[in-house]
Ligand binder design. Structure first.
Ligand SMILES: Cc1cc2nc3c(=O)[nH]c(=O)nc-3n(C[C@H](O)[C@H](O)[C@H](O)COP(=O)(O)OP(=O)(O)OC[C@H]3O[C@@H](n4cnc5c(N)ncnc54)[C@H](O)[C@@H]3O)c2cc1C
Length: 321
């Protein structure tokens, strides 16, 4: 298979890039997405607040994604779902696999990397205690509840007060769970003030700043979590412990750009962002390989991801001129 442009990742970054490239005259485009549908992480973000910059409207995540998916389909841009990209060579051959076509080696004149980011897990933060079931990243819980139809627990503690942690505190409450506390290591929350008001204050959920988890107890399923206040060196202060009976702990402790493929290809990375170094056209250190969205650095707002995708799509096209 040969394409002028292959976009890896069908989230908002990849969709905007493919659409913009087509608008600029690139005919032969393929979008590759490992999930069952296009839209990326937005499909699980069913709360509103998306699109204020891009559409001057307040949309839910799936509504925002739908606008781009419909445009992509209207433009007859080819895409493959349920298809995992395994590797990209510096010569721009993409190795991918799915259950219909099997193993594929796809040649591309130009590639746009739009693989998004992944969440930090318990393993990424030295967390003491036993290792029972009931500990999820906030995004995994969000997907289980909003897309797969599974409720993850009844009594919940959340570690991390960025926007994903705050939104999940409200979501769990609306689904009937009791959220005991949101715990934040830093002396301030990383989330928007509006989310603290609407997701915690409105539901009487306490936020413990300068606190961390010092113990996890549970044999099969999580039974207790102990938190404690930390000093200015982020060390727990003895005597400040509070123990919660709970069956679920959600971790919202950071996102990491998804760059295993970029690293294997030999693309030069930025140690500060964990994403590829890109120039003003979003081109990486390999000519004709571009990147956009959360794979470059973690964005707060999806609207800016779309903007960046458009830039990559526009300049991805220019290399053919
Ligand atoms: C859990 C979570 C919740 C979030 N909530 C919000 C929110 O409420 N509001 C907000 O503005 N932003 C939110 N964000 C930020 C959000 O990630 C961005 O706004 C935006 O979705 C990023 O777009 P993207 O296209 O860069 O990445 P994504 O939306 O993550 O899309 C990347 C796509 O690439 C695919 N992919 C990855 N690797 C491969 C591969 N090897 N082969 C094939 N396909 C691949 C993935 O399946 C995915 O569909 C959230 C992020 C996370 C992780």
């Amino acid at each position: 298979m040969k394409f002028d442009l292959v976009v890896i990742g069908g989230g908002p970054g990849g969709l905007a890039a493919a659409i913009e490239a087509k608008k600029n005259g690139v005919e032969n485009i393929l979008v590759i997405e490992r999930d069952k549908e296009l839209g990326g992480i937005l499909q699980q973000c069913i709360h509103n607040g998306f699109g204020l910059h891009e559409f001057k409207e307040e949309l839910t995540g799936p509504e925002y994604a739908e606008r781009f998916i419909l445009e992509l389909q209207k433009m007859n841009i080819e895409y493959k779902l349920d298809t995992m990209v395994l590797d990209v060579t510096p010569e721009k051959v993409i190795h991918a696999i799915n259950t219909v076509d099997g193993y594929m080696a796809i040649e591309a004149k130009s590639i746009i990397l739009a693989m998004g980011c992944r969440e930090r897990t318990r393993g990424a933060i030295a967390m003491p205690g036993e290792r029972p079931a009931g500990i999820f990243t906030a995004g995994t819980a969000q997907r289980f509840i909003n897309m797969e139809g599974y409720m993850v627990g009844k009594k919940v503690v959340i570690l991390g007060s960025g926007d994903i942690g705050l939104i999940m505190a409200r979501r769990m409450t609306l689904e009937g769970a009791e959220v005991e506390a949101v715990v934040e290591l830093m002396p301030f929350s990383g989330g928007l003030a509006r989310n603290i008001a609407q997701c915690l204050d409105d539901y009487g959920i306490p936020l413990y700043l300068s606190h961390t988890i010092v113990d996890i107890v549970g044999k099969e399923r999580l039974e207790k979590v102990t938190i404690a206040k930390v000093d200015e060196n982020r060390r727990p202060i003895p005597g400040t412990e509070i123990t919660y009976d709970c069956d679920t702990l959600l971790l919202s402790v950071g996102l990491i750009p998804e760059n295993d493929i970029s690293r294997n290809t030999g693309i030069v990375m930025d140690r500060r962002t964990n994403g590829p170094i890109v120039n003003h056209t979003m081109e990486t250190s390999i000519e004709g390989v571009f990147a956009c969205g959360n794979v470059v650095h973690v964005h707060d707002l999806v609207d800016f991801v779309s903007e960046e995708g458009e830039r990559a799509g526009r300049f991805g096209f220019l290399i053919f001129c």
